[in-house]
Design a protein around this ligand. Structure first.
Ligand code: ZN
Length: 110
């Protein structure tokens, strides 16, 4: 089928360098924490890929450790959920002088 391809790359490799789209900080999504996380923090990310898609979407960002919610465990055919540990890094765009957060050193944990 035109345009279709199968990626055999490990999810961690696909997610490595994934931009979070926030300049500067991203907020922990645990309602009791809401800490502003920045470059150098270790985080836990929840990601999902809809059926047939090749695009991984980060659905949650938390401080690594205490802030992680329980895994939902509702894997379906329509969606694949992955939990991974990563470090926050920064991509600097010289042309626009903007620094964007990204995830680096991704390790899938669940
Ligand atoms: Zn937190």
């Amino acid at each position: 089928m035109p345009g279709e391809f199968i990626t055999e790359a490990p999810i961690s490799q696909v997610l490595d360098g994934h931009r979070l789209g926030e300049p500067g900080t991203v907020q922990c999504m645990n309602g009791e924490c809401q800490q502003k996380l920045h470059d150098g923090h270790q985080i836990t990310i929840y990601t999902s890929q809809s059926g047939g898609g090749t695009e991984w979407v980060i659905t949650g960002v938390y401080c690594a450790g205490d802030c992680e919610p329980e895994p939902s465990n509702h894997q379906t055919d329509a969606q694949t959920d992955v939990i991974a540990r990563a470090w926050l890094g920064v991509i600097s765009l010289a042309a626009t002088q903007v620094s964007l957060l990204c995830v680096t050193d991704v390790k899938v944990v669940g």
